[in-house]
Design a binder for this molecule. Sequence first.
Ligand code: 13P
Length: 251
Amino acid sequence: MRRKLLLGNWKMNKTIAEAKEFALASKELADIANQHHIDLGVAPTYLGLEAVRTNASKSMIVAAQNVHYNPNGAFTGEISIPMLKEIGIDWVIIGHSERRAYDNETNQKCNQKIVALIKEDMVPVYCVGETLQQFEAGETKKVVEEQIRVGLSNLNAADVEHLVVAYEPVWSIGTGKNASQEIAQDVCGFIRGVLKDMFGDVAAEIRILYGGSVKPENIKSYLSCPDVDGALVGGASLKIDSYRQLLNNIL
Ligand code: 13P
């Protein structure tokens, strides 16, 4: 049985003080989510990670938004896996489309990070999704399949058991143009098929999220799709009231 997962991606938002305020206010939500067998989490900036980890409920998932694949070295501006582990962080978003677009994050680079994370028993949330141009050219499945096959190469079935995949069509992120329920199911079902082809039966255990303009009003329709196990939410996860509504609407 795949547990539902609601993960907020805060992107470059919230100071440490704001992150702490949210974490304290989220305590009761994590308990409610737990009672309903839902996993709840947020991905603050690097600076906000410790404040959320120490002030939120223990059951709250706290994810970093990126990591370097080397444990240390001359990589100015980067953060490593041991540094995250030291502050109790074991989930990391990899390959978000904003990083692919602005920071040259390729499928190969994502793969290096995912392999490094899994070796350290960490949970990658691997983001895939097509641009508007690719969507309009009917290339969604071709693009997503390549992202999955390259991003998850050099791994075996046991490695990917705890992996999370997030399908986020780039044209739906921050635009208010959310994908239809049909598109979300079609692509998430397709992704599960590729995972099955690569890794076999464990594909049925891997959680696949939809992301892109998810709001309290539409979250339920996505989670009613058989292959959508949760949501990766940007803007609507920033305010505690909206985050609470997202959870309430999938209980
Ligand atoms: P929005 O929910 O703001 O569209 O962002 C989605 C996203 O990129 C989550 O990672």
